[in-house]
Design a protein around this ligand. Sequence first.
Ligand code: RB5
Length: 366
Amino acid sequence: MRIAIGADHAGFSMKEDLKGYIEGLGHFAEDVGTFSGEKSVDYPDWCMKACEKITSGKSDCGILICGTGIGMSIAANKVNGIYAALCKDEFTARVSREHNGSNVLALGARTTEPALARNIAKAWLEANPEGGRHLVRRQKVADMEDRAGGADAETGSRGRIVVLEHPLIQHKLSIVRDKNTSVKDFRDLVQEISGLMVYEIFRNLPLEEIDVQTPVCSTKGFSLAGKKLAVVPVLRAGLGMVEGILRLIPNAKVGHIGLYRDPDTLLPVDYYCKLPNDIGERDVFVVDPMLATGGSAAAAISHIKRLGGLRISLVSLIAAPEGVEKVASEHPEVDIFAAALDSRLNEHGYIVPGLGDAGDRLFGTK
Ligand code: RB5
């Protein structure tokens, strides 16, 4: 197995010892640091490096060591897809694999003797997750993780409401909210924010290893493992998000869907819809900058489903609680990604504080 191994300064010596030991057992130890026991460092930094190896599929599992093992296990369990067990004996280590499916072993260098740590690591590495009732229970744990949210579009979890809080997104969003921002700047920034949102949403896209020849030598690199995507803007404001997304994912196909509100029934009616033929095989991202009442977004998603769409997510710059509620109640399996969740709708159906009418501000029609 490929094992990501990381430690802070307190766990450094134990990491060095265990690295050799697990390689002796026939595994490959991927050392993510820290690389000295002299300098005091922060355990979450090294924890994250190891967890990223695991969630990206570059490592099969991980071993994390700090003074007590507590900091490392708490930090690791914040990461979607990581199940860390802090173990102080061989029995717990084995059962944490067999029953709980732990994929990270946390150890305390100041609380566990080096010889015992080796035995714990061996017991943990030799054990495999069991099926049956344990599988059912692990699935329930995974469901809890899904409900708690997180910007991980690749865990297979659905129905999350994720607010993307990256500082660059929040900074640019404040500029587009400003009523004095020009049409040109507004348009450019909506594209930029959409790109940044997609960058966050896709942080765990699956990769495959490839051979690369550099001018100096041959090496291993990574390539995206061929996921099929479709971006579907809801006309007209959704159009303002498409270019920013395509800049990052140029091979995505683009569908279009246009809806108007029937003046008699007040229900959304689609007046235009053109989707990629293979929509059912694609991860579909419906884009609409403002999720206000949720009527159009929910109707667009229903229409895409009728035409065969299966895995659908909604990406909006700003969402109102009313819109989230509407989409979540009609399409509970749809992930909703937003840069901000605002407080409410006003009597005219505008999001408060919002940014006004995104379509008018994008196209200068007001
Ligand atoms: C570092 O002194 C220590 O606090 C850390 O290694 C760890 O025990 C935290 O949980």
